[in-house]
Write a protein that binds this ligand. Structure first.
Ligand SMILES: O=C(O)CCC(=O)C(=O)O
Length: 266
């Protein structure tokens, strides 16, 4: 559970990093399950969806939170679900989840974007937040995520659909909007860390990450949560279930009443 100060920092910056939140034995179980999902795909649960780089290695593994036990367990545990419920001031469900893997020397960029730049087309409002759990070292050289502090207050910037840069069709912020808003390199905050560190971030924060040009693989696990009553609606061509979960099971961490009344959601 967060203190009032942590919740205030999250609301001001649009993100909060907690070091060593997940213990090494749990990280070990997550890593083994992740490696299994990446290598033995024929046996994966049917909803688990793998996306590969153009050059072959796995880029993302979606939807392990439903039936792959270590992933299911983690997103419902107090260290992760507790702060999320405080952020929303309500219960939450998993909107989507993915392991973003970057193979050494081959893992590719995530261009600058705001998650809500495309999630808004899924028929949800902006009461969404993510928890990025590092399952190994995340460094500038292996392509750790970078965030622009305070950018969650900029509104939704102009996005376009990039289908050229990587193997994954991605909604990205236009270069014109980037030049207008990110006017100094010091605004970019690299989030480096080790296994067990977690970065919680707002769905409107501008973020991205670089190519992995190091010999070390990068493992980042991202759970995206939505407030329990923020369910997709009114969309003509809904995206598939592996990327927009349509199961609204509440996360189960129990919180005392005092935890959700710390401050009104932004
Ligand atoms: O894995 C990363 O480095 C960034 C991923 C990301 O921005 C996203 O999944 O929205």
């Amino acid at each position: 559970m967060w203190t009032k100060g942590q919740l205030t920092t999250y609301r001001e910056q649009g993100f909060l990093v907690q070091r060593g939140l997940i213990p090494p034995d749990q990280i070990e179980r997550l890593r083994s399950a992740a490696d299994e999902m990446m290598s033995e795909q024929d046996d994966n649960p049917p909803e688990v969806h793998v996306v590969r780089e153009k050059s072959g290695p796995v880029r993302s593994v979606f939807c392990m939170h439903r039936n792959v036990q270590p992933f299911r367990e983690l997103c419902r545990s107090e260290p992760i679900a507790g702060p999320v419920k405080q952020i929303f001031g309500s219960d939450a469900y998993i909107f989507h989840s993915k392991l973003n893997y970057k193979e050494s020397f081959e893992g590719t960029v995530w261009l600058w974007h705001q998650d809500y730049g495309y999630w808004r087309y899924d028929g949800v409002d902006d009461r969404l937040a993510s928890a990025l759990v590092m399952l190994g070292p995340n460094t500038r050289n292996n392509g750790s995520i970078a965030l622009v502090k305070g950018s969650h207050r900029w509104g939704v910037l102009d996005h376009y659909s990039d289908e050229i840069t990587t193997s994954y069709k991605q909604w990205c912020i236009t270069p014109e909007a980037l030049r207008e808003h990110i006017t100094d390199e010091s605004m970019i905050i690299p989030i480096e860390g080790d296994a067990g560190d977690v970065c919680f971030f707002d769905c409107r924060i501008v973020h991205g990450s670089n190519h992995n040009f190091s010999p070390a693989q990068r493992y980042s696990l991202i759970y995206a949560f939505a407030a329990i009553d923020n369910v997709p609606s009114g969309v003509e061509n809904p995206r598939p279930d592996w990327v927009v979960a349509r199961q609204f099971e509440p996360v189960t961490a129990e919180l005392p009443e005092s935890a959700t009344s710390l401050g009104a959601p932004a």
